[in-house]
Design a protein. Structure first.
Length: 235
């Protein structure tokens, strides 16, 4: 076999392997982004349902009561006044919560503060979860787009890796900067090996990592030691 033919065969093999790898990578990224898009669509659907079931019903009730008052032209009792004020306060607070869920107020000013606000309901409503949060007081100016992707990643990760059953779980979350590199580490310690395996081998976790890497041009990887799984995000 001539040297020229060997070279051509070698180049063909290299091109073929490169093409196969490119197609594999393309399919993997496609799956990850499809998963990301689906998850965000579900969130928007649930928010729309909540608006229809809560806020629109509250606004209708308030509007109906005002119509009755204007028709009857009666003096308001103290109890009735307090009832209307409570409804209006609840309606206002629901709108505030909705706006924060769609785009957190603190996100455009401070990523650490936004993450802290995200974790607060997790901490207060789950006494079996032991959070240790280490956030810097100051943070460099960062695009709201990147900050939102990071915040969504944190929320999605916790949703997947925290068991639904009540059991003692330790979660360590810390954010830091090294020059122009941002680092977010999330460590979770499970009570037993079976729980660790069940909640650290989900295929959706790989979709989350791939989506984060693609959308932020960053890196994502994890390490396991004993009953602890550490997730590392770099961007």
């Amino acid at each position: 076999m001539s040297r020229k033919l060997c070279t051509q065969i070698t180049l063909l093999i290299v091109y073929t392997m490169t093409l196969v790898w490119f197609l594999f990578l393309y399919h993997r990224i496609q799956q990850a982004l499809q998963w990301w898009s689906y998850r965000q669509s579900v969130k928007l659907f649930l928010e729309a349902e909540k608006i229809r079931d809560d806020l629109l019903q509250d606004s209708f009730t308030i509007r109906r009561n005002l119509d009755i008052l204007s028709t009857d032209n009666v003096d308001l009792s103290l109890n009735k006044t307090q009832e209307f004020l409570q409804k209006i306060d609840h309606f206002h607070q629901s709108l505030v919560s909705l706006s924060d869920r769609l785009f957190p107020f603190h996100l455009q000013y401070s990523l650490p503060l936004a993450i802290g606000c995200l974790l607060e309901p997790w901490d207060t409503s789950n006494p079996h979860l032991y959070f240790h949060i280490d956030m810097p007081p100051d943070w460099h100016n960062e695009t709201a787009k990147h900050s939102l992707i990071v915040l969504i990643t944190v929320e999605e990760l916790l949703t997947m890796i925290v068991p639904e059953v009540v059991m003692p779980i330790s979660i360590h979350i810390y954010l830091k900067q090294q020059k122009n590199l941002s680092n977010l580490n999330i460590e979770i310690t499970y009570p037993d090996l079976s729980t660790l395996i069940n909640y650290s081998t989900l295929p959706e976790l790989q979709y989350l990592c791939d989506s984060f890497c693609f959308l932020t041009s960053g890196k994502c990887f994890r390490r396991t030691k004993n009953l602890r799984v550490a997730w590392y995000f770099r961007w």
